[in-house]
Design a protein around this ligand. Structure first.
Ligand SMILES: *[C@@H]1O[C@H](CO)[C@@H](O)[C@H](O)[C@H]1NC(C)=O
Length: 477
């Protein structure tokens, strides 16, 4: 293992000094966090978004629930859409990591950067320990992410995520079929069971796989053809990848390594950045690879990831968000049922629904709801004006990211509140309150509730409409 102490560490500790008031002394003696840890996009740790969890991963804050106090509200339903926890790199990145470490080992110059401690660490003691079979699987830390999230949600919603509700199978658990998601939904259930003191018992899992809901993006032909496999649709990303900001990062990284500039491709630059992120998220170490980037380099690389997510999964193209219509309708049907007035003899509504998927599941749904939308779209050429943007994937979809719909029973009728990563977020168009009346939320999304037809949006749009109309004409004749 490489040393955690190196010359550049002094600068880092000074930077960390700014954070001292937020951290207890005990946690400061644990690992030092790379100063670039908050810029890893979808590879950001959940703790970077909620740093108090570094001190106490189970601390939950019920004050985030904010229905109007005068209305004596109580939560009656929780739908949580959750991204899987920290994971290994996928195959593509494992291969890039291997290529990068080979290149640095064989070609990085001893002359120019050779005296740097971190470069010696990379050359002498860092091992490319990633193997292809790890391909995207949930890591131990990822199990913790979901166990701890479950425990916190159970403290905030004790009446919904109660032992009895889970034991009687009133809580629904759905997951994407991907290994990391199935492991995550299991970890969530373990987190609940441990909370109830069932450490020794064999954990009991009960969940259904549903890719139609959690991997809708694979099934939407209009999306796959129009965006995912369409280079033109992602042109801004390609342009930025070879633009002046990325060139600068590449040049500086090559200089730090003493490599000829042409030996580094933008993909290898990104591989080094991701290596820093993986070693922190998986092993909780400050990797020597992190010293290849300063904060401004990291902001450029974060922007590159954000551009990709924006055009591929979010507001960039309308079909990105429309592909999530099945999930949108599922959530609102569940809320409708839970909020319906009922006689005392009727069965109580489903208290909670836990849906586990991907960043690619959450981003389209958040976009469909109109969240994190800036006035000016990010492009390859407006990096300088985008520093204050709302669309920052490091903040929105870190590992274990979650979107919570909380339905309350209140004197004036049901109310709905949204939380993203356990912090309140207001509905676009209803910004006056944290938890507006449910009927007002429905009115805001009326156009989607009455439309947002997956088949029409995904299976060829107007062509399909024409076919429907002509078949109606046929029937009429
Ligand atoms: C590819 O994307 C461009 C730009 O968004 C769009 O104009 C074009 O129709 C798309 N091509 C296909 C095959 O959908």
């Amino acid at each position: 293992m490489f040393s955690v102490f190196h010359p550049a560490g002094g600068v880092l500790l000074a930077a960390l000094g700014l954070l001292v008031p937020r951290l207890s002394f005990a946690s400061l003696s644990v690992p030092d966090i790379p100063h670039i840890a908050g810029y890893f996009g979808t590879k950001t740790r959940y703790e970077e978004v909620n740093p108090h969890l570094l001190r106490d991963p189970l601390s939950a804050d019920p004050s985030v629930l904010r229905p109007p106090p005068a209305e004596h509200c109580s939560p009656v339903h929780l739908t949580a859409v959750i991204r899987h926890g920290s994971r290994y790199p996928t195959l593509k990145n494992i291969r890039r990591i291997r290529k990068l470490s080979e290149l640095v080992r064989t070609e990085a110059s001893r002359a120019s950067g050779g005296s740097e401690g971190w470069l010696q660490d990379i050359r002498n003691s860092w091992e490319a320990w990633y193997t292809e079979d790890m391909d995207g699987q949930l890591v131990t830390k990822g199990w913790d992410d979901l166990r701890q999230l479950a425990s916190r949600l159970a403290s905030v919603f004790p009446s919904l995520l109660s032992e009895e509700n889970v034991r009687k199978k009133r809580v629904r658990f759905l997951t994407s079929s991907k290994h990391r998601c199935v492991s995550s939904v299991e970890a969530f259930q373990e987190g609940l069971q441990r909370r109830w003191g069932r450490h020794d018992a064999e954990p009991e899992y009960s969940h259904k796989v549903d890719d139609e809901l959690m991997r809708f993006f694979d099934r939407c032909r209009g999306y796959v053809e129009g965006v995912e496999n369409n280079r033109t649709a992602l042109l801004e990303v390609e342009k930025f990848k070879h633009g002046e900001e990325m060139e600068g990062v590449r040049r500086r990284m090559a200089d730090r390594l003493g490599l000829p500039h042409h030996r580094l491709t933008p993909d290898l630059v990104e591989a080094a950045f991701f290596l820093c992120s993986y070693e922190l998220a998986i092993k909780n170490v400050h990797s020597p690879w992190c010293f290849l980037f300063d904060e401004s380099d990291s902001k450029v690389l974060e922007y590159k990831s954000d551009l990709k997510q924006y055009w591929k999964r979010s507001h960039g193209h309308e079909i990105n968000s429309l592909s999530s219509c099945p999930l949108f309708h599922h959530v609102f049907r569940t809320l409708d049922r839970a909020g319906r007035p009922r006689r005392s003899t009727e069965a109580s509504p489903e208290p909670a629904s836990i849906l586990v998927g991907h960043a690619e599941t959450l981003l389209p749904l958040l976009s469909l709801l109109g969240l994190f939308k800036d006035q000016t779209p990010p492009t390859a050429t407006n990096y300088d004006s985008q520093h204050g943007r709302r669309f920052r994937t490091s903040r929105i979809v870190p590992y274990a990211a979650n979107l919570l719909f909380v339905l309350y029973d209140c004197q004036r009728g049901p109310r709905l509140q949204l939380l993203v990563n356990e912090s309140p977020v207001r509905f676009p168009g209803l910004e006056a309150e944290d938890a507006p009346l449910y009927r007002d939320v429905r009115a805001t999304y009326r156009h989607l509730l009455d439309g947002c037809d997956f088949h029409r949006e995904c299976e060829g749009g107007r062509r399909a409409e024409r076919l429907t109309r002509s078949s109606e004409r046929d029937r009429a004749q």
